[in-house]
Design a protein around this ligand. Structure first.
Ligand SMILES: [Zn+2]
Length: 816
């Protein structure tokens, strides 16, 4: 089966180059936009398998007007009733703005010309466009006309148009322009094209300057040579036509030699970065001296399409030249054009394709990310100096925002993408700027998803993977370890039980972490010491949960500004080993991220984020209810039990104090105590939420400001061993004035050593819990007595007062 020839020259002849001396176009540059004519509704429409309905033409027409076209070829009115009635509808509907010229096409036939004029009756501004084919093939084969007969045909019908335009101008006040196309110009001897156009111009006889110019439209009806050949033809025509100043030279290129891609939206295998020779031919021919371009949006048209005006206009725009067309909302234009034409815009169509502002390749993404970062710095500097903010981003000739596209789509991820692009997406969407090593680590996770799913990874995939991997973003993403509350102290408060170690305390400042974390849903109170908050938490994890990790890398940055600013911390942890050097060189590591309004908090959260990865689903030591006699773990176990049974977070020194109580209570059972018994022991010892039959009990009280308002007068009724007594006292606040009142009943002095409070429960169930440690100094005794009390109430003041009295109950207070 013979197909392609080995020697195609025996079948196809090359174009004949023009002998143009000193051609000028190759050294010219663009300085302004051409006059644009959209022929979407005529040439474009003729090329559609299903030509547009009148309704679709109207929608399309409105879009063209909105884009800013001032010359629109709306129809071939003599060809069909649809076209004729569409044109009538434009004038009857008053749809033509005063500055828009409506163009209609007619062949050189008198009946069709008359019908065309009937269609435009009543318009203000009309371009009558007449054509006849001039190339040798058409003259000799189609029409059997000589050159002279071909000229006669054009001249004869130009006369008819001249006469009719005079009549319609008189009757309707219409202003006319005349456009003549030597159809098949690119295949016609250029000398003959000039000859026939000069004859038409002479016949028209009305060509002047400005809006009076005659339009000679020079179609590359079929592209037969490379773009430079068309440019040569145009430059020849421009320099040989007479009265050049009275002529608009118009280009009408098609794309026969270079439509670059199939219109198949699902084939992503085509990698050509141009939309065809129509663009090149137009640009070169425009440099050759043309004034005007006829084309279609996105290059629709016969065979391989007309030249793409969007592409041409945006090429000028990216050269800093105003195109005089507005494609600010390109997507809605695409939507209208594709629905009217029923043809898709290729995903890689210049400027308009959905993949055009998208980078999949890692090196491209990296360059774009760096480009954006450098540009924002450059723009800030330029803005400060009042200079223009010039666009310069690698791989991006235009700012997508100018076309109404968001940056979101700029970087997309598939198996070809790199860490830079993923880091960029995390930064754009989560405001997190990962350190470089962490980018590599997270990249592997995304690669895994991409390989597993064998598809493009979406922005949502990436942000979800990030949150899941680093346990970030609320309860949904929480890991096994969750920070509930914490306190960092610079100098650990004196601990009555470890006072023997006082002398060994290092003089340099150390940090202590005291906190409550949820471990597999159970609240645990842990603490640890270190050079800083992070090492103190790591110490606590090691001591209480057997999670032995070492910090290898730490960095942080702020997110946002001013009052809403937050800190983001990034932590890399490795498993602790016996040798410090070996530990730091470990190949396995875990990254964590933490965000908090407090910088220490963000670091601590980052530690737990990384620790959550490190522990996987390995079992952790459970909360021990067998209270041993190890001071450090024993106190924490007791505190854990109370947190879990009563939701109370005991102050550190209270933990130590209660631990002593527990130790005494369990002395005979070898330190073992049941969970329920421990809770009961706490409640009976401190009077927490049990019946109120105590030595001192609060029956009622009121507090009033006195003096300048800085003092309080407490007056109330206290039951002392069941006997109600009225008391009053003054103090700085509720608690001190209550103590003053109490002093009217007792000898010696009570003072508050420590006070803490927190809320328990939620919503309407919420109540305040107060912890008070009272000191009692008996008359004539040097040694002070101390006791803790716990109070709770919906009113925070009442809760504090109850705690004071509960503590007083536990002291051997002597009455008066
Ligand atoms: Zn055409």
């Amino acid at each position: 089966m013979p197909c392609m020839l080995l020697n195609p020259h025996i079948k196809y002849k090359p174009y004949t180059p023009l002998k143009l001396e000193n051609r000028a176009w190759p050294t010219k540059t663009f300085t302004k936009a051409p006059i644009w004519l959209s022929t979407d509704l005529r040439d474009g429409n003729q090329a559609l398998a299903n030509p547009m309905t009148v309704e679709q033409k109207n929608i399309f027409y409105d879009t063209l007007v909105k884009c800013g076209f001032k010359e629109i070829e709306v129809a071939y009115p003599a060809a069909s009733d649809t076209d004729f009635s569409f044109v009538r509808g434009l004038v009857e509907g008053g749809k033509v703005p005063d500055d828009v010229w409506i163009q209609v096409l007619t062949p050189a036939r008198e009946d069709l010309i008359r019908r065309t004029f009937e269609a435009i009756a009543g318009f203000k501004h009309v371009i009558i466009h007449m054509y006849n084919a001039t190339s040798p093939t058409f003259r000799n084969v189609v029409f059997h006309n000589t050159k002279e007969q071909t000229i006669d045909l054009a001249v004869k019908h130009t006369k008819i148009i001249r006469q009719l335009s005079n009549e319609y101008a008189a009757k309707y006040g219409t202003r006319f322009k005349y456009e003549y196309s030597p159809e098949t110009f690119s295949q016609t001897e250029v000398e003959f094209s000039v000859e026939i156009c000069n004859a038409v111009k002479a016949t028209w006889g009305k060509a002047g300057t400005g809006d009076e110019r005659i339009i000679f439209n020079l179609p590359a009806t079929v592209e037969v040579g490379p773009p430079n050949h068309y440019a040569d033809q145009i430059e020849y025509f421009c320099s040989h036509i007479t009265e050049r100043e009275k002529v608009v030279v118009s280009l009408h290129p098609h794309n026969d030699r270079g439509k670059s891609f199939a219109l198949d939206p699902y084939s992503l295998l085509i990698h050509v970065h141009s939309s065809g020779t129509g663009i090149a031919a137009t640009e070169l021919a425009f440099l050759g001296g043309a004034d005007r371009v006829e084309g279609c949006l996105f290059g629709n048209g016969e065979r391989t399409g007309n030249v793409d005006i969007v592409n041409l206009a945006l090429n000028l725009y990216t050269q800093g030249i105003p195109p005089n067309l507005d494609f600010s909302d390109l997507q809605s234009i695409i939507d209208i054009v594709t629905s009217c034409n029923d043809l898709p815009v290729h995903p890689r169509h210049p400027y308009a394709g959905e993949l055009v502002f998208t980078a999949f390749s890692g090196s491209h993404q990296d360059a774009i990310k760096k480009g954006f970062e450098a540009q924002s710095v450059r723009h800030a500097q330029a803005a400060a100096k009042g200079e223009p903010l010039m666009w310069d981003v690698p791989y991006m000739p235009i700012d997508p925002a100018d076309l109404g596209c968001s940056y979101e789509a700029v970087i997309r991820v598939n198996s070809q993408s790199g860490k830079g692009g993923i880091a960029y997406i995390v930064k754009q969407h989560l405001q997190l700027d990962m350190p470089r090593k962490m980018q590599i680590s997270f990249y592997q996770i995304i690669q895994g998803i991409s390989d597993r799913e064998a598809r493009e990874v979406t922005v949502e995939d990436i942000t979800t993977a990030f949150r899941t991997k680093y346990y970030l973003g609320g309860p949904k993403y929480e890991g096994r370890l969750v920070l509930k509350s914490f306190r960092i102290t610079t100098e650990p408060s004196p601990d009555p039980i470890s006072q023997t170690n006082d002398d060994e305390d290092a003089p340099d400042e150390r940090r202590r972490f005291d906190g409550t974390i949820s471990v597999d849903g159970v609240l645990r109170v842990i603490r640890g010491d270190g050079n800083g908050p992070l090492s103190a938490l790591l110490d606590a994890l090691r001591t209480y949960l057997e999670i032995d990790l070492t910090l290898r890398e730490y960095s942080e940055h702020t997110i946002g500004e001013g009052q809403n600013a937050k800190a983001a911390s990034y932590i890399e942890l490795v498993a602790s080993g016996p040798d410090v050097k070996e530990t730091r060189k470990a190949t396995q590591s875990w990254w964590g991220v933490g965000i908090d309004s407090d910088i220490a908090g963000s670091g601590l959260r980052a530690i737990l984020s990384a620790a959550n990865s490190a522990i996987g689903d390995r079992p952790l030591p459970e909360l021990k209810l067998d209270v041993g006699f190890n001071v450090a773990s024993g106190q924490a176990d007791v505190a854990d039990a109370i947190v879990n049974s009563l939701n109370l977070q005991l102050p550190r020194r209270f933990q130590a104090s209660f631990f002593e109580v527990v130790q005494r209570a369990t002395a005979n059972s070898g330190g073992k105590i049941l969970f329920e018994d421990l809770t009961a022991l706490f409640q009976t010892t401190y009077g927490y939420e049990i019946a109120d039959e105590w030595h001192f009990a609060l029956r009622s009280f009121k507090l009033e400001p006195i003096g300048d308002g800085s003092h309080r007068l407490f007056s109330g009724e206290l039951a002392v061993d069941g006997q109600v007594q009225s008391v009053s006292g003054e103090g700085n606040g509720p608690l001190s004035s209550a103590l003053a009142a109490l002093h009217t009943l007792i000898t010696g002095t009570l003072s508050i050593r420590e006070y803490a409070e927190h809320s328990v429960g939620e919503g309407t169930e919420v109540k305040a819990v107060s912890f008070v440690e009272l000191l009692y100094e008996k008359e004539g005794q040097k040694q002070k007595e101390a006791a803790w009390g716990v109070g709770s109430d919906t009113n925070i003041t009442t809760s504090g007062l109850k705690a004071v009295l509960r503590a007083a109950n536990r002291l051997s207070v002597v009455g008066k």
